[in-house]
Design a protein around this ligand. Sequence first.
Ligand SMILES: Cc1cc2nc3c(=O)[nH]c(=O)nc-3n(C[C@H](O)[C@H](O)[C@H](O)COP(=O)(O)O)c2cc1C
Length: 433
Amino acid sequence: MTAAPKQVPIPRKGVDYRGKVALAPMVRSGECPSRLLALKYGADLVWGPETIDKAVIGTTRHVNATTGTVDFTRFSSNGAKNPSVNADQRESVIYRLHPEREGKRLIYQIGTSNPETAVQAAKLIAPDVAGIDVNAGCPKPFSTSGGMGAALLKTPGLLCSILRALVTEVGEPNEIGISVKIRILETAKETEALVRSLCATGITGLTVHCRTTPMRPRERAIRDQLKMVATVCRESGVACLMNGDVTSRDEALELASEFGCDGAMIATAAETNPSVFRPDSDGGKAPWEEVVQEYVKTAMQVENRWGNTKFLLGQMIPGKDPMYKAMTHTKSYTAVIKALGYEVEMLDLARKVDKALEIGEYEKPKLTKSERKAANKGAKALGEQERAAQDGVHRTTAGAKRTAEMAGLDMPPDIARESGPASVPERTSALAV
Ligand SMILES: Cc1cc2nc3c(=O)[nH]c(=O)nc-3n(C[C@H](O)[C@H](O)[C@H](O)COP(=O)(O)O)c2cc1C
């Protein structure tokens, strides 16, 4: 008789990654509407975009009665950077989720390099998600320079202490699982040692992106270490998801079975067309025209920030199609609905959303020079007040002072904005709970 395979117990409110095909975490491309669409087309789980602990700490949880979303928001002190925004509108959404449509299938991915701040941030989001994942694979300087992302692969002791702290202080009390996403190291021996120590921290899942840190996204994923990683995880009872160059649900399941993994994650293929999660037996990948229409509808339902919606449309509509050019000239939902020919189904909703987001014909007039000056002054004072309050609390491993705002500003502007997906005039419809 063979013994049943070892399995780390899955907490009551958590999810088992086994047998799952998931939407991979993607800054900018993994915001709420993208995740909802992936789920609609059959993704079993969705990872949110990496959101840095220091950006989450200090946020307030709101239930948005209009969209049904839960928004974690904060007031920004960087009005000086964006003086056209009135002081009372400088509230940014740092993290948005839809509890009814994704809550039990959503994993919050945290960017962190410190067990204490990781726990502080994770505690805020934990009650609304099915799991928390630590990003130990992002190679971008905005992540690694703060000791986060792939930098953690070089400090395995720190990574393990972050995971252990999250397991005992957030996972156990909230009855959800903690997981980690890594890249492979240069040699199988190094990767094996790392995976063994990670599996001993109490995590329930591990995702391995089959590229090394210096590898570019276009380089083919390397699969020779995969079986070993899957075996080590299995010996510890930790679920193992594979990632890298997986392009559809059926392929994900085939590859997982070939390499002994428990499931897989899809990133870039799903960014272009989230219907890659639909099994071939149900029709497989849908035509982009259908997916784009669904995406626009979903984005409006959750009042997604217009800039993010437009960016995603640029990923989904083929560049050579006339619709692409028509889309690039639009500046609001109403305009894009007209450009794409969806007036009959969606024009009324588009107008409502434009009004809520104050874009297109509802955009507020720009401030005059003297109004901008006054706004700058107020923002500066507020910023100084915040910095004084936070002094000594937020420090990087290098010891430099680092406020939540600075954590956001370390990123390229487009990415920083994506971690705070919307400026929220819609805050007026949000109820703090
Ligand atoms: C636009 C974009 C944003 C990404 N953001 C994250 C992130 O926030 N966290 C993370 O762990 N990986 C991130 N990744 C990496 C993906 O999750 C994934 O590991 C990588 O793209 C390989 O999968 P693929 O070959 O299916 O694209 C991102 C990738 C892309 C394309």
